[in-house]
Design a protein. Sequence first.
Length: 255
Amino acid sequence: MKIVIVEDEFVAAQNLERMIQEVDGSTEILAVLQSVEESVEWFSINASPDVVFMDIHLADGDVFSVFEEVEILSPIIFTTAYDEYALKAFEVNSIDYLLKPIIRQDLERAMNKLTSLTSQQNNRELVSQIMQSMHESKIPYKRHFLIPNKDKLTPLPVDEIAYIYTEYKIAKIICFNQKTFSLDSSLDELMGQLNPAQFFRANRQYIVSHRAIEDMSVWFGGKLAVNLSVETPERIIVSRARNRDFKNWYMDNIL
């Protein structure tokens, strides 16, 4: 069985690859792809594998952007950090998924169901259904974060957040008043908790608030530089592959 893994976290991809080999030693991992851009390029020039394991949230956007650029004929098994309540739509629509952290029992179940996902039309319909179902699942997005402060927890309204970035694997929250807070969470986890109408994952390091955006600059290679109303430690760049998604998100959510 020939397999492709789409996963932007190195350790997660490594663990999944090891677990797949333990479940079925005859499998061959053709590629481990880390971004939307890399995935579009790979599927554009290579023959379809027997199955694709896809993380939903990648550094340069959600994996559904790949389906807008290329046709993928292979069955898809999604991997995600969403909770099971939000993922009931996957079971209803017969798309299998692996909830992170992935355990062997779930992987075996998913691989046993591969025969139910065989056609291009199934993939198209099921991906469309899952995007709609996730939108309609009414995920309870956070309105406040509880920030540890010595022996207390301080509530921070998400409306006060201008952007979030990672520094030495710690999430740093920067508010409009320039106050800074730290959370022991990954950007993947935070994006699953934030309203996507308010926040956008610009790249691997940054999540930006719609309200914080002042303007955008055309950058090299078809990229965009996002300029915020508050100071940032470096220029925030949106990749060429994510350019259109960012513009659509920005325009669709203007009040």
